[in-house]
Structure formats: C-alpha cells, structure tokens
Write a protein of this length. Structure first.
Length: 452
C-alpha cells in the first residue's frame, strides 16, 4: 500500500480495530430469539451505540424496528454545505451452524494463518469496524469532510424487513446524497471490487400432512401416504436433471455480461469435493448472479438417531429462492408457492407461508460517486483497477433506500471475499483487506467531498 497519511493512520489503528472486533464478535447477536437470547443482540446494539458516541456522533439512538429488533443510528455533522453520506453495516450474524465444525470457538475472534476467525468477522461486524477506521483516519488528518449518517441494522440476516419498514415510516431519517453499503466484498482478496447487482430473495415455509398420526411402517407402509416422501417429491420438483432451478413460470435463462468467474476458481472457492460436478448450465457468473437459485435451508423430520420404523404423518421445509435483477421478488414468491402446491403428490394437504422477502438491486456504476470510489480503491490497492461484479446474496434494504431516495448514489463494498467463508463454519476476515478497505473508504470520502 502506498505511503500516505490516511494509510499510515489506519495502519496504526489496526491493533485497536482487532480489539474492538474481538469485543463485537463475542456477542451472540443472532436475531432469531428462539436460538439465542435477545439480550445478546441488545448488548451488541449498545456496543455500536457507545462506539458512535465515542466518535462524537449526535442523536445516537436505538431504533425499535417492527420485527422486534434494534437498529443503531447516529449523525455526525459535517462542514457547511458538505454532502451527506450514509454508512451502513449490520451487527446481527448468522447462527454458527455446527460449532464442532469450527477450528476455534465461533464467538471468539482468533488469529490463525494471517486471518481473524469468528462469526461476523467479515459479515458484517467487520463492516462496522471498517467504517469506524475510515472515520478515525479522516479525523486524524484534517477532519471528516462530509456529514455522516451511520446505521447498523439488527436483523439483516433474518430477512424480516424491520429496518426497511422503519425507514419507510421515517423517510427523512436515512436521507443522504450517497449511501455506502459496507456489506459486500471484493471478488477476490486483493482485487478491489464494487458490487453492481444483488439478487433478491424470498423465504417460504412449506408443510405437508397426510395422516392423523404416524403409523407403523411394517403394518401400513406401502399404502399409507408418507408425508416425508411427499415433501421430498415436492422439493425435487424445484430442480431440473442438471440441477438448474425450475419454478413454473420463472425465467431462468439470464446471462451475465461482466466480470466472469472461472469454474476452477469457483470449485476451489466453494470447496467442491473432487469428482462432484457443479449444477446448472451456462457460465458460473450466469448461474450465481443472473439466474434464480433455489436452496432447501432445512427440513423438519425425524433425525436418523432415534428414528422409529414409522410412516410420517407430516413434514415441513424452509426454502430460499434467490432472484436476479429484473425479477420482482413478490411475483417470484407467488410462483414458488403455486409451484409447491401444484407439485404436491397424492392429494396431500400442503400449506405454504412466506417468511421473508427482499427485492433485487442494480447499481449505476457510472455515477460520480463510483468514479471517486474507483480512484480511492486504486490508490488503496497499489494501482489495481476497480472491478464490478455481481453478488448472489441479498441486501433487502438497498431497494428500499433506492426507492426512498432515488437521487442518492448507492455503493456496495465490504470484506466478504471468497476466503471469508461467510455463513459457513470458520468464517474469517483478512486484516489486510480490512486495512485496505478502510483506507479506500476514507480516501473516497475525501474525493467525494471535493468532487475529485
């Protein structure tokens, strides 16, 4: 990284950043209060609020959003006439999954092989720290040249829409000239990248019932309709023979025209086992950025351990459907629910329920703010040119902000490069990426403020 006062300041702040990320990762802030206590999320929210107050933010508040979680807001005035920039991250995290699969405890930030491991280290507690580092570097080098609004969401991972609905009810709160979403990441570590598109998503729960109660499989099996078998048939109907997503009426032929993702690189990043093929057809970029993708997130049925020889009376599953820009998530939800109901065999009773939804997003990467970001990223990454990629994940708030503030420029950056393994066991963040992205954000705010 070239030597400049911003970079030198961020480098000097990295030990503090690690200590703070250690504190923040320690909160089990999973916004599913059937799994983890609400007090863990509330404690994380208070940590973020205290950090904002320490940096001089005004009007710091814990916003009680309609889904029962809290988002943290703060405002830092800027020079007279300066533009306003909204910095976004989220402090809630995914569950750690099977903790026995982690090499070190998921809620203890642990340094290993040059990376910092812990749930939320990259997605997206590291994003909170990235914003703080950038602001501190600016304060130490002449001051922050823009007015800053800071929002840390408390339920992004759940897709329950609390902050979206709160923003719609308080439309002036998050109004800004430019919005920096710190919840994306580089296409690859060391390659500065902005995210041009996000897929939308819907979550649907499906439940199948066939009997009044479980039956002995020896006495009744072969004629009694098995609800679990019926559910398996329904779920299998969502994929073609090659694994492509097939929801009746949903277009699945999109093409990605930009940065491509080599299959060998994808296999390595996804840790696909030797001999196992990828699913779908078209380029990898087509499949993960431009087309719908269905995933069965969970099935409620008897576990293998303790299972009895029974025909199952009922079974249910949670299904995620990612949809590309240009596809309305609400319409995709209707199509998915209709598909599930139409493909349920044997006249089994089926119920579907939407439990989450977010629209896809497409950014204008030719805007002035993106030009400033391109220059800032190039400087922070030793002259490497900024790339624009898609991201298969969803950030539902982006479309809400785009609708509320159509004149605002929305940029997506962050720390979630492939090695970070977000949402999986052994999630980690590269401290080098954290340092460079913090420098880039600070340089961007300088350039954006002056129109450079």
């Amino acid at each position: 990284m070239p030597s400049n006062p911003i970079a030198e300041t961020v480098a000097s702040l990295m030990p503090r950043a690690k200590a703070e990320l250690t504190e923040l990762v320690a909160f089990k802030s999973v916004a599913d209060f059937e799994q983890y206590p609400k007090s863990e999320s509330e404690a994380a929210a208070h940590w973020v609020a205290d950090a904002l107050r320490t940096e001089g933010f005004e009007d710091v508040a814990l916003l009680d959003t309609p889904d029962g979680t809290q988002s943290v807001y703060g405002y830092l005035p800027g020079p007279e006439g300066a533009p306003t920039v909204l910095l976004y991250a989220h402090y809630d995290v995914q569950p750690p999954l099977d903790e026995s699969g982690w090499s070190t405890p998921p809620f203890e930030l642990t340094e290993r092989d040059g990376r910092w491991y812990g749930r939320g280290s990259a997605d997206c507690k590291g994003g909170v720290i990235m914003h703080l580092l950038a602001l501190r570097a600016l304060k130490a080098n002449g001051g922050i040249p823009v007015a800053v609004k800071f929002i840390a969401e408390g339920s992004e991972e759940q897709g329950t829409g609390g902050l979206e609905r709160y923003a719609e009810a308080h439309p002036d709160l998050l109004r800004a000239d430019t919005i920096v979403i710190g919840d994306a990441g580089n296409f690859r570590a060391g390659l500065p990248t902005v995210t041009a598109t996000l897929r939308g998503m819907t979550l649907v729960r499906v439940e199948v019932d066939t009997l009044e109660g479980n039956l002995h499989s020896g006495q009744f099996g072969g004629a009694a309709p098995d609800a679990l078998a019926a559910l398996v048939r329904v779920l299998d109907s969502l994929r073609a023979e090659d694994g492509s997503t097939t929801v009746d009426g949903l277009d699945s032929a999109g093409v990605w025209e930009g940065l491509q993702y080599a299959e060998d690189d994808f296999r390595r990043d996804a840790k696909v086992l030797d001999g196992v093929g990828l699913i779908g057809e078209g380029t990898v970029a087509d499949r993960i950025w431009a087309r719908p993708a269905v995933t069965v997130l969970g099935i409620d049925c008897p576990p293998v351990v303790g299972a009895t020889p029974s025909v199952q009376a009922g079974a249910r599953a949670l299904i995620s459907l990612r949809v590309p820009p240009g596809v309305d998530a609400a319409e995709a939800t209707k199509l998915l629910r209709a598909h599930l109901e139409a493909h349920t065999p044997w006249g089994a009773r089926v119920r579907t329920e939407q439990v989450g939804q977010g629209q896809a997003f497409r950014a204008d990467v030719t805007s002035p703010a993106y030009e400033a970001m391109a220059a800032a990223l190039s400087e922070a990454y030793d002259g490497r040119q900024m790339q624009a990629s898609g991201m298969g994940g969803s950030i539902p708030l982006c479309n809400t902000l785009g609708a509320l503030y159509p004149q605002a420029e929305i940029l997506l950056i962050g720390l979630s490069e492939p090695e970070a393994q977000i949402h999986a066991v052994n999630e980690s963040v590269s401290p080098d990426e954290l340092e460079r992205m913090s420098v880039a954000e600070a340089l961007f705010l300088q350039r954006y403020a002056t129109g450079a």
